[in-house]
Design a protein around this ligand. Structure first.
Ligand SMILES: Cc1cc2nc3c(=O)[nH]c(=O)nc-3n(C[C@H](O)[C@H](O)[C@H](O)COP(=O)(O)OP(=O)(O)OC[C@H]3O[C@@H](n4cnc5c(N)ncnc54)[C@H](O)[C@@H]3O)c2cc1C
Length: 422
């Protein structure tokens, strides 16, 4: 008798372990590094369904070509990576159209619908973490830009969102006094929240340990053994582990893991960076999104985190200091003296990004007992608890209470060679 193995102890793997454990399933979570140490550590921590639109958006091809020429821009494609990235970029650009964007936004917003209740429920069930319910402030440098945001917020009305509060530059500075004069208008979406992501993963690890879930850190999965359309075991550097079910939740590395199971998952890393100031002198009262420059500000209990940029340079965590400077440049324009504090750290992490910008969630094509939950891109925190709930429902009952067919991992599939031969 094997276990249900989850490969990847980021926010997605840990939350799914939580949901499975609550259903009485024997779970083992395996991570090649420390739990919560990869992309789930240094993100902005936002729970913001109003930002649920997929990354490939109408107009992004033209904007990204323009941004490639600007060293301070939010998007960077490393020229030396272009030859390897070209087929993926071509697929990504094909998805930059209004029809797919709208369909993706609706599917993702539907998945996010129960999210605030699920976060409250984590708290009620004894997962200890830092959460702020002060909403999200969209701040723009050109008032016309609010139109883009308002369109998506209009869609969110069908998911229970109220009319956002529109503010002029002067009203914004009353609301959030540290904004500079370059900020001309804004919208406040009171429903949104943010967490300190490191506390969320730490709280989950503590809860899972307490409940007796097996947590194996520093163990790299190197192979997946399957026969007759079933995964039988996973191979690690420490030996093999027999499994009843397998969930691949390995973030930006999920493409590698999927390939071990004979699956095609065109995963890329959308690298992002942050600057975190400990005990900052500046006080912000809300999470703020500087929309044109795509910079996210997250005020935590004892820190201020400024994050942003999307770098496409392959699946690696090579740190490019110029990207941090781009964030610093954007933040200096929009915020008062934000960088003063006790100390400062910088960080790079890889958003798991598929070419259509949607997650891959569901049963692996052709392998009954293998599942994927990955590709949550900019939304792993926003969608995590709901994604985990759907995966636990699917893995225990074969059904989900929310339609996740838009995220079917089979949309990228080519049958494995051995399956074809059979
Ligand atoms: C700058 C930035 C800001 C962001 N802000 C937000 C935000 O505000 N809100 C939001 O919703 N999302 C945000 N995101 C996105 C969010 O961080 C990700 O979607 C999320 O963390 C992905 O979680 P994950 O569990 O899929 O992957 P990860 O956290 O990367 O975890 C994957 C794990 O798999 C393990 N692993 C990989 N390969 C193997 C192997 N072979 N064997 C064993 N283990 C393996 C890794 O060690 C890793 O721990 C942001 C991302 C960035 C970069």
């Amino acid at each position: 008798m094997g276990t249900t193995a989850i490969v990847g102890g980021g926010v997605i793997g840990l939350l799914t372990a939580y949901e499975l454990q609550r259903r009485g399933i024997d779970v083992t979570v395996i991570d090649k590094s420390d739990f919560g140490a990869a992309c789930s550590a240094g993100n902005a921590g936002w729970i913001t369904p109003s930002l649920a639109g997929p990354v490939p958006a109408p107009g992004l091809v033209a904007t990204s070509l323009k941004w490639m020429m600007d060293r301070h821009s939010p998007l960077y494609i490393r020229p030396s990576s272009l030859p390897t990235l070209a087929p993926w970029l071509f697929q990504f650009w094909r998805h930059c159209n209004a029809r797919e964007y709208h369909a993706g936004l609706i599917a993702t917003a539907r998945l996010a619908e129960p999210i605030m209740d699920l976060y409250d429920s984590l708290d009620e069930h004894g997962v200890d973490f830092e959460m702020h319910s002060t909403g999200l402030l969209y701040a723009v440098l050109e008032p016309d830009y609010l139109r883009h945001i308002a369109d998506d917020l209009q869609v969110m009305r069908q998911f229970g969102y109220s009319e956002p509060v529109e503010m002029s530059g002067a009203e914004l500075r009353d609301f959030e006094p540290e904004l500079t004069d370059v900020v001309k208008a804004g919208l406040w979406v009171p429903e949104e929240r943010h967490v300190r992501p490191e506390t969320l993963t730490a709280g989950l690890v503590k809860w899972l340990k307490r409940e007796g879930v097996k947590l194996e850190s520093g163990v790299k999965v190197t192979g997946i053994r399957s026969t007759g359309g079933q995964v039988r075991a996973i191979e690690t550097l420490d030996g093999a582990l027999e499994v009843d079910q397998l969930l691949i939740a390995a973030g930006a590395w999920s493409g590698e893991l999927a390939a071990m199971a004979g699956l095609n998952l065109p995963m890329q890393a959308g690298k992002g960076y942050n600057i975190t100031v400990q005990q900052p002198k500046l006080t912000l009262h809300h999470a703020i999104y500087f929309s044109e420059v795509r910079i996210a500000c997250s005020p935590f209990n004892d820190a201020l985190r400024i994050s942003g940029t999307m770098e496409l340079s392959g699946v690696n965590t090579t740190f490019d200091p110029r990207r941090v400077e781009a964030i610093r440049h954007g933040a200096n324009r929009c915020l008062g003296d934000w960088s003063r504090g006790a100390s400062e750290t910088t960080w790079v992490g890889m958003r798991p990004l598929l070419p259509d910008g949607l997650p891959a969630m569901g049963r692996a094509p052709g392998i009954d007992n293998c599942f994927l939950a990955t590709g949550h891109s900019m939304l792993g925190i926003t969608l995590g608890p709901s994604a985990a709930l759907m995966m636990a429902e699917l893995m225990t009952t074969g059904k989900t209470s929310i339609d996740i067919s838009a995220f079917d991992p089979g949309r990228f599939s080519r049958p494995a060679v051995s399956e074809k031969a059979a």
